[in-house]
Design a protein around this ligand. Structure first.
Ligand code: ADP
Ligand code: F6P
Length: 326
């Protein structure tokens, strides 16, 4: 155990995701379990720069494991990208006696954490918190499973009305640069097609698929990741309407509903395991690593690697769609 760490700060940064609260709870309670003090930093790096930091005790994180969002708040903070901003942030940590940090966020937050840790020789550990599931070094990020379940519930409802009216729906899901949510939810709802940023949208193929057996299918649903190369569900729908004017077409953009809501049991367990391991690793003297989840267990990966590399969904899932929705 590393004796030099006494006070551990925790913050959430970037886009929120269901399960971040469970991770905060795990970090705080694990710190207390090891007789360390825990400090919550509000609104990510913004709160660190402004000194909005508070000690968190055991009961301060009660009753949050089941809640969406993040009790600490989150932010996108341009000032942290400057040396002056980071200096202010460090001064505030020192003022509170914080000598180690757990950052829960995506690759942007980890990039900031990496610079900060190097600049001030401060032990920092990252936990992958994003619904997009696009971080290298972990099979799952905190929030992905919840977001996929939210999408599946929503599209199941859309399927009911689509079937009643014999309609073709284009449903847009989040994923500016990543198709994980679209792929997993699309397969989960039996989508007729799935369009993702990692693949080129083949319009003639899509049109043929929609036309094929159209009269016998009660409804058709195409799941479109917001970052697909056509520019999202509305643009795809407009093009399809041009070519198939006889089709009754609707577009639903699910938007930020995907970021909220109660985390699934999977995300709660994942967040708890990663949070516990983050504090353990800090106390073992580790720094600049992300705690990920691979092969049913937590793993440590250099944060630099997590930032540099990009992870792509398993493209075999797209082939699955061609088989299951011919
Ligand atoms: P995410 O962590 O979800 O990828 P962002 O990309 O918005 O979200 O990053 C979150 C925050 O991390 C940014 O608002 C900024 O404060 C910090 N950050 C991102 N990139 C850098 C960088 N190159 N240097 C310092 N801080 C950064
Ligand atoms: O958290 C990642 C993400 O959900 C992306 O898929 C999406 O494009 C983005 O956040 C939107 O975030 P915001 O509206 O907060 O900028």
């Amino acid at each position: 155990m590393c004796k030099s760490i006494s006070n551990i700060g925790v913050l959430t940064s970037g886009g929120d995701s269901p399960g971040m609260n469970a991770a905060v709870r795990a970090v705080v309670r694990t710190a207390l379990y090891h007789n360390k003090r825990a400090f919550g930093i509000y609104d990510g790096y913004q709160g660190m720069i402004e000194g909005r930091i508070e000690e968190l005790k055991y009961y301060d994180v009660s009753n949050i494991i089941q809640r969406g969002g993040t009790m600490l708040g989150t932010a996108r903070c341009a000032e942290f990208k400057t040396k002056e901003g980071r200096q202010k942030a460090y001064d505030n940590l020192k003022r509170n006696g914080i000598d180690a940090l757990v950052v829960i966020g995506g690759d942007g937050s980890f990039t900031g954490a990496h610079y900060f840790s190097k600049e001030f020789d401060l032990p920092i550990i990252g936990l992958p918190g994003t619904i997009d599931n696009d971080l290298f070094g972990t099979q799952f990020t905190i929030g992905f499973d919840s977001a996929v379940n939210t999408v599946v519930n929503a599209i199941d409802k859309i399927r009911d009305t689509a079937g009643s009216h014999h309609r073709l729906f284009f449903v847009e899901v989040m994923g500016r640069d990543a198709g994980f949510i679209a792929l997993h939810s699309g397969i989960g709802v039996g989508a007729e097609d799935i369009l993702i940023p990692e693949d080129v949208t083949d319009m003639p193929k899509l049109i043929n698929k929609i036309k094929k057996d159209a009269h016998t299918r009660k409804s058709q649903i195409v799941v479109v990741a917001e970052g697909d190369d056509f520019g999202g569900a509305q643009d795809v729908a407009d093009e399809v309407k041009k070519q198939l004017p006889e089709f009754d077409i609707k577009v639903t953009v699910l938007g930020h509903v995907q970021r909220g809501g109660s985390p699934t049991a999977f995300d709660r367990v994942l967040a708890s395991r990663l949070g516990v391991q983050a504090v353990k690793s800090l106390l073992e003297g580790k720094s600049q690593i992300m705690i990920g989840f691979e092969n049913r267990d937590t793993v440590e990966i250099e944060i630099e690697k997590a930032i540099k590399h990009h992870t792509k969904p398993n493209m075999k899932l797209l082939e699955l769609v061609d088989v299951l929705s011919q």
